[in-house]
Design a protein. Structure first.
Lengths: 117, 115
């Protein structure tokens, strides 16, 4: 059983909808991530939160808005998406050492498969 | 800049065969971390192993073994006596010390193990 839980598992939305993806972990990790994965491609980093603060934004369009309400939760708010945003969205967490990543292994959730019509 | 190359796009083997997945990496950092992840058809990526750049010891875990060679910038993964359940996409990944939280994935190798 995965220790990173993502909801919903599947989401279909129109281009004018507003929806959110949710992620929860209880491993005490202080780094949390959003990755986007298209079919037959590797995961691509979108955002990193370290100690509930946004640490990395990989030039993601503003129609994706991350939020980290506390150390266990990570949200991804979606608004005005395009069909090309359809993908598997993966949440992950990792341990930190002295507040730094230091190559901590990633623990992934099962992902939220998003379809934008 | 960091880069991970997995030249094998797809590999198909028959059960009980041994198979090696290749991984070549590039980095300017002297301290870095290498990983292998498995992604079965269900979609969840599963962490398999992490190696630090200063630890070139090879590792064996059951049917899995990893060969890390800094001289050739390679971190290869061998599955001995493959099983159908090993069918998945395997990703090699690299994280630099200066990058902290940034992990770069290779393109992945899709392994098919036929009964």
């Amino acid at each position: 059983d995965t220790e990173v839980t993502q909801t919903p598992k599947h989401l279909v939305m129109g281009m004018t909808n507003k929806k959110s993806l949710k992620c929860e972990q209880h491993m005490g990790h202080r780094a949390m991530y959003w990755y986007k994965q298209k079919a037959k491609k590797p995961p691509e980093l979108m955002f990193v939160y370290s100690y509930e603060k946004l640490s990395i934004n990989e030039s993601v369009p503003s129609r994706f808005s991350p939020e980290c309400p506390n150390s266990s939760l990570l949200n991804l708010h979606l608004h005005a998406l395009q069909p090309e945003d359809s993908a598997l969205y993966l949440c992950a967490s990792s341990p930190t050492v002295g507040g730094r990543g230091l190559g901590g292994e990633l623990f992934f959730g099962e992902g939220s498969r998003l379809t934008v019509l | 800049a960091q880069k991970v190359t997995q030249a094998q796009t797809e590999i198909s083997v028959v059960e009980k065969e041994d198979v090696t997945l290749d991984c070549v990496y590039e980095t300017r950092d002297t301290t870095y971390y290498l990983f292998w992840y498995k992604q079965p058809p269900s979609g969840e990526l599963v962490f398999l192993i992490r190696r630090n750049s200063f630890d070139e010891q090879n590792e064996i875990s059951g049917r899995y073994s990893w060969n890390f060679q800094k001289s050739t910038s390679s971190f290869n993964f061998t599955i001995t006596a493959s099983q159908v359940v090993d069918s998945a996409v395997y990703f090699c990944a690299l994280s630099e010390n200066t990058g902290g939280f940034k992990t770069i994935f290779g393109a992945g190798t899709r392994l098919f193990v036929k009964a």
